[in-house]
Design a protein. Structure first.
Length: 283
């Protein structure tokens, strides 16, 4: 639920002394009460990251006028939002429904601050699931000769609904470099492995054949480098020699759903910052 008196401010800039003092001082001057504050200085990139929640009765313009001069003098990029506002989301899917179902269930239950505007898929098998949750659904055949047209529709949808987040919920197509660039920093994918791991077809069969003792899942930002984008969330689970391939699939799908949903929550709550090829996560 949106609380119009509760704000979240994200700020990042080159690191230097006194940033926290200046930002919190401005908040105090505006009669704001800090309810949560996290910060991090990256020794790898020399960047400073800050997330702060503020409770106050002031208008948005009051907060913006208090922060803008400081952000300008720091050369900082910053973003102000209401705590709890649902982020406008587009989901891309194929045939597997476990991740999609978890996202839609948690959205409906109020456990995930997203508003799914549409589901776009390259198969129609998940249409009934989308209908159950009353979410618009489109399916398009995606072949080499139709891929460009489908990706153009994705970008049109992003523009039409002012989409803030695109989630690949086991969407089994490789995005073109053009689409990756257009969605940079706002598209999240789930990979069926604790990266690096088994790639290609039938990863669970490969894992079974190798007798793995741990399986996992990785949620990461989408980039042109396949499955190598900055990592947001990872989980692992134990297995043993008695697990069959179907048992591995079941365990893996539970991990995938949990991992992707958590990554989406972190992003939707403004808790994820990009720091070159890594992420800074404020939990």
């Amino acid at each position: 639920m949106i609380d119009s008196s509760h704000w979240v401010l994200n700020l990042q800039c080159d690191d230097r002394p006194g940033i926290v003092h200046r930002v919190t001082g401005a908040i105090a001057d505006a009669q704001g009460n800090i309810t949560e504050l996290q910060q991090f200085s990256s020794t790898d990139t020399g960047r400073f990251f800050m997330r702060v929640q503020v409770q106050s009765g002031f208008d948005r313009s009051v907060f913006e006028n208090a922060v803008a001069p400081i952000a300008g003098s720091l050369g900082a990029t910053w973003h102000l939002d209401y705590v709890g506002r649902r982020r406008r989301t587009l989901i891309l899917a194929s045939k597997a429904g476990h991740c999609l179902n978890d996202l839609l269930y948690r959205q409906r239950a109020g456990l995930l601050p997203i508003a799914v505007a549409k589901i776009m898929a390259n198969h129609d098998v998940l249409e009934d699931l989308a209908s159950f949750y009353s979410v618009p659904f489109e399916s398009h055949v995606v072949l080499p000769e139709t891929k460009d047209a489908f990706e153009a529709k994705v970008l049109d949808t992003v523009a039409e609904y002012d989409i803030e987040l695109v989630v690949l919920a086991r969407y089994m197509q490789i995005l073109s470099p053009r689409l990756c660039e257009a969605l940079a920093g706002r598209a999240i994918n789930i990979h069926h492995s604790f990266l690096p791991g088994f790639k290609g077809a039938n990863p669970y069969r490969q894992a079974h054949a190798r007798g793995v003792k741990i399986i996992g899942a990785t949620a990461h930002f989408v980039t042109e480098d396949l499955d190598e984008g900055p990592i947001i969330e990872q989980n692992v689970g134990r297995t043993d020699h008695a697990d069959t391939v179907p048992a591995l699939v079941a365990k893996g799908q539970e991990l995938e759903s949990r991992t992707l949903t958590e990554a989406v929550r972190l992003y939707a709550e403004h808790r994820v910052f990009l720091d070159d090829r890594r992420t800074v996560i404020f939990r």
